[in-house]
Design a protein around this ligand. Sequence first.
Ligand SMILES: *Cc1c(COP(=O)(O)O)cnc(C)c1O
Ligand SMILES: [Zn+2]
Length: 439
Amino acid sequence: MAYRAEFRCLAGCEGVSIPLTQPTYRCPRCRGLFEVVHDLAALADRSPAEWTRLFDDRYKRTAWPYGSGVWGKREWVAPEVPDDLVVSMDEGGTNLFWAERYGRVLGLGDLWVKLCGNSHTGSFKDLGMTVLVSVVRQAIREGLRVRAIACASTGDTSASLAAYGAAAGLPVVVLLPRGKVSTAQLVQPLASGAKVLALDTDFDGCMAIVQRLADEGLVYLANSMNALRLEGQKTVAFEIVQQFDWQVPDWIVLPSGNLGNASALHAGFRMLRDLGVTARMPRLAIAQAAAANPLYRAWTAGLREVTPVEAQPTLATAIQIGSPVSAPRAIRALEAMDGVVEQASEEELSEAAARADRSGMYACPHTGVALAVLEKLVAKGTVRPEDRVVVISTASGLKFTEFKVRYHDRAIAGLPCAQANPPIEMPADFGRVVDEIAG
Ligand SMILES: *Cc1c(COP(=O)(O)O)cnc(C)c1O
Ligand SMILES: [Zn+2]
């Protein structure tokens, strides 16, 4: 059976059906976003039990390309990419961490953290980038000329694109807001050999320029406006359900900026349900930094359209976005998943991350936003003690050393850093060490 997928208009314009290898990112009729639509009738040739057995058989195996959690589910992701064009670095298959001690602090007994940052470049962006760069290679084989693959980034997208582009031997250009990404995030694309343009603007300013470059055909666009990214990222939903022996949790809590990942998770859970693997969807809690909260403002006001805001500085730099490109997709996700939107202040995200760290995690500030939002939802009674909850950790804390150092130095202006644990500097004196240990 031949499985197929194509771009269709998210808003439902008739007759729009575009191959995934075509470098177009907007509906030719209404200029709106695309979604990738799979031939579900073809996929129904296997029963749900047959699909889950196939996915379990492949999970993290050595046979190429099934070491990757994304390509292990290739028929549901990008079914037409041949093996030899796959650009993969074993992304996916990440730890679903049972947050036993942290959960106990919150009064939750069934709390899990999906560590999507335990990945090749240290963030979930690898899941989407493996699909996008592989499809670009397929398009090139079919004759497309690509001068460069390009993205605007708050740091992690560019690190991922640069690495996958380097692995594929394709030129990469990244546009970063100057001075607004971590040192690790800046150095990653430099090391991969990408052309790094640090612009005197914010993410939204970079995005406007790269969109124009793409519209004028000068670059191939790798931002999540390109629905190919979401196809890879939706495997997080598949994997969570698989890791619970194909059971659906009650809640997903997700830190969000451009809202691509929220859309991807929705697409993943919807596909599981449409193909009969699961019977229901989890509820979705979208977590925003209070400093960059356009979706929170719209949703809590009962609006179904997001008005851009100017994003203010936040420690959660990867979600400092005021004009989220995937807002229409995220609204659909919230409607379909009985969703809620909550926000976290700088203090709340910092303290939640520190609390999680004290229980064995090493949370990046964005994961801190999600954890802080979870704490609020538990306090409100929206999330109940018996609920099975999965928090998506989007990046490795190791990419945000400045955040950790400043917290433990109590050097974040205006914040108490209540759980700071600075080093005790002392002479190399045995007796003093003994005294110190005795406390
Ligand atoms: C990209 C990113 C996000 C936000 O994802 P969106 O799809 O833009 O909402 C959150 N956390 C980290 C660490 C990221 O890199
Ligand atoms: Zn349209």
